[in-house]
Design a protein around this ligand. Structure first.
Ligand code: ATP
Ligand code: MG
Length: 336
């Protein structure tokens, strides 16, 4: 039997380079290997957990994320692309699993803690936001997923999902599949935003380069990128650690020999930021232009994109309903 892969993204904005290297690239490679059964979910319900007062934002970005998927090479003939809120079984599974999770465990989840701080909820953390790891366990188990390609920021959530599976199985029998994360190597697992290496690139922090940004926007963003604040004159020695431009070159440049040479020269002194940035712009353009082209084609036919999602929803429901039945039978709420 093929291993099952499930991943998703929140439609809180268009997808960025962090998504590409952190997860999308892995997904496309897995899809094209033909070795996996693939499900990719647009997590609109999860996005509402911290955007309930601005549902228009989620509606507006639903098709944008679908376009991003298609533009990087996810193929609806090989991958089921679907919308979370269109699969009712996910809501019910969330309720069943929520009985197995203690409040303290959720409050201690490092990912959730960081995201709560970033969003500045103060004393009124939405319950749905605090409990999103439970909903994520539902998303993953509903498809019997073995593998979940994610960025590093999501690892503690996935660990909690695995705990939920183990609790369920130890109580009710061997019903759910325990998933494993698939995380890329090196800086790709947590690509920083353009303003500094401390924050990951994130839609919510608005520090990203988007897959749909045009050439001029990419150029402007790279030119603003954080480098070494003490590298003032070209002849000064510069630091490559924490230097966002070099972190991106490590992740995106094919020619790593050239990157090593540039680093050496930069550290010695005699290489200006602008020269390195120009090279990064070239590297990113090479990656982004075919993605932009494919996006432009799908943008011509949004009805087709909608149909792709409608078809994906049907396939997703068929699978999730089977798992839900197994769960209900295992708990014993199958009296009628
Ligand atoms: P938001 O700010 O709304 O949470 P986000 O930019 O964090 O948006 P998500 O939709 O939450 O994006 O993340 C989708 C997937 O992309 C997750 O698997 C996440 O780990 C991965 N990911 C997000 N940002 C990065 C990044 N900077 N580097 C690597 N992977 C990332
Ligand atoms: Mg996120």
């Amino acid at each position: 039997m093929k291993k099952v892969v499930l991943t998703g993204d929140r439609p809180t904005g268009k997808l960025h380079l962090g998504h590409f290297v952190g997860s999308l690239k892995n997904r496309v490679e897995m899809q094209n290997s033909g070795d996996y059964e693939m499900f990719v979910m647009i997590a609109d319900q999860q996005a509402l957990t911290d955007n309930a007062r601005d549902p228009g934002k989620i509606q507006d970005n639903l098709l944008e994320v679908a376009l991003d998927y298609l533009s990087v090479g996810l193929d609806p003939d090989k991958t089921t692309i679907f919308v979370q809120s269109a699969v009712p079984a996910l809501y019910e599974l969330t309720i069943h699993y929520s009985n197995l999770v203690g409040l303290g465990r959720l409050q201690r989840n490092p990912t959730v803690k960081t995201e709560i701080k970033q969003r500045g909820f103060g004393d009124s953390i939405p319950v749905g936001f605090l409990t999103y790891p439970i909903a994520q366990a539902a998303d993953i188990t509903a498809f019997d997923a073995n593998l979940v390609p994610v960025g590093e920021d999501q690892l503690p959530v996935l660990e909690q999902d695995r705990e939920i599976v183990r609790s369920f199985n130890s109580l009710y029998g061997d019903v759910l599949v325990e998933p494993e994360p698939v995380v890329p190597e090196g800086n790709a697992k947590r690509l920083p935003g353009i303003f500094g290496a401390d924050d990951k690139m994130s839609k919510s922090l608005d520090n990203g380069i988007y897959l749909s940004d045009d050439s001029e926007t990419v150029k402007q963003k790279v030119m603003q990128m954080y480098t070494d604040p003490n590298h003032i004159r070209v002849e000064d020695p510069g630091k490559v650690e924490g230097n966002v431009v070099f972190i991106y070159l490590d992740v995106f440049a094919e020619d790593q020999k050239k990157v090593a040479e540039l680093k050496e020269q930069y550290q010695k002194g005699g290489l200006g930021d602008v020269a390195v940035k120009k090279y990064l712009i070239e590297v990113l353009e090479e990656l982004l232009s075919p993605i932009r082209q494919r996006r432009a084609q799908y943008e011509q036919d949004l009805e087709q994109v909608r149909q792709i999602l409608t078809d994906g929803n049907v396939r997703a429901n068929t699978k999730a309903d089977k798992v839900l039945k197994r769960v209900r039978d295992a708990i014993g709420i199958n009296y009628f």
